[in-house]
Design a protein around this ligand. Structure first.
Ligand code: COA
Length: 213
């Protein structure tokens, strides 16, 4: 019989000085949905291209877990997204996604993230982004990383700037029915501004083939 604990991503854990990052599990997703329902951004702002936080609270929780399940179900060695749940002292505070398309050839990842509002502005966003970048560059062999942020998302743009991304043009999106500009951001492995701590990674050997690494 297949034991669900054999799902390779169950073994994977990244640790920073303050954070634990683990691929999502159902109990953690329930916690994540509660965090999202308490608020991710002020209602007049919209940091996401797809305005998932505009859903009413019941739908928001259901949509969130279903979205994460869809990422897990679609994961394969060529194209994958790993959604890391971010925990502080065992409590889920947000998530950090890492995506690759045709990773064996592209050696490129992209990322997206959010934290509950109570947890923003304390350096966690920078710490978790640095964690997945070091994981991608140092442990998976990625060469470049991409990200993007709307021009009015100062905190996300600042996080990208702090870890070393450079501007790589713009994209036009329709956000809440109106035109909005996103900055494209690109980081070469050698340009990562490394923090003064090192990342601890465990359980990767079981996941390498699943991630095409
Ligand atoms: C984006 C996000 C993940 C960043 O995480 P965080 O923990 O708040 O970020 P940090 O505390 O590590 O860093 C934020 C930086 O932005 C700066 N900042 C915040 N608001 C700012 C503003 N209005 N103008 C200029 N700088 C601002 C902070 O001062 C800090 O920079 P510093 O360390 O140089 O002082 C988090 O704010 C979040 O979840 N926001 C809502 C969802 C979102 O925007 N997701 C990203 C979609 S692209």
């Amino acid at each position: 019989m297949f034991d669900l604990d054999q799902w390779p991503l169950h073994q994977l854990v990244l640790r920073t000085p303050r954070l634990e990052l683990r691929p999502d599990d159902d109990a953690g997703l329930a916690e994540l949905a509660s965090v999202a329902r308490k608020g991710v951004h002020p209602p007049e702002q919209m940091p996401f291209a797809f305005p998932w936080t505009d859903a009413d609270p019941d739908e928001l929780g259901r949509n969130l877990v279903q979205y994460h399940w869809s990422m897990r179900a679609a994961l394969n060695p060529r194209d994958w997204t790993v959604q890391f749940l971010i925990r502080v002292d065992g409590q889920v505070i947000g998530c950090q996604g890492l995506t690759a398309t045709n990773f064996a050839l592209s050696r490129e990842v992209s990322s997206g993230s959010w934290l509950g509002m109570d947890w923003q502005g304390q350096g966690y966003g920078t710490e978790m982004r640095a964690a997945v970048l070091m994981f991608a560059f140092d442990h998976l062999g990625a060469r470049t990383a991409r990200s993007g942020a709307f021009l009015d998302n100062a905190s996300s743009r600042r996080v990208s700037e702090k870890v070393g991304y450079r501007a790589d043009g713009t994209e036009t999106w329709i956000r809440r029915g109106a035109v909005a500009t996103q900055t494209r951001l690109l980081l070469d492995a050698g340009d990562l501004r490394r923090p003064d701590w090192s990342l601890s990674v465990s359980g990767l050997d079981a996941c390498r083939s699943l991630l095409g690494a």
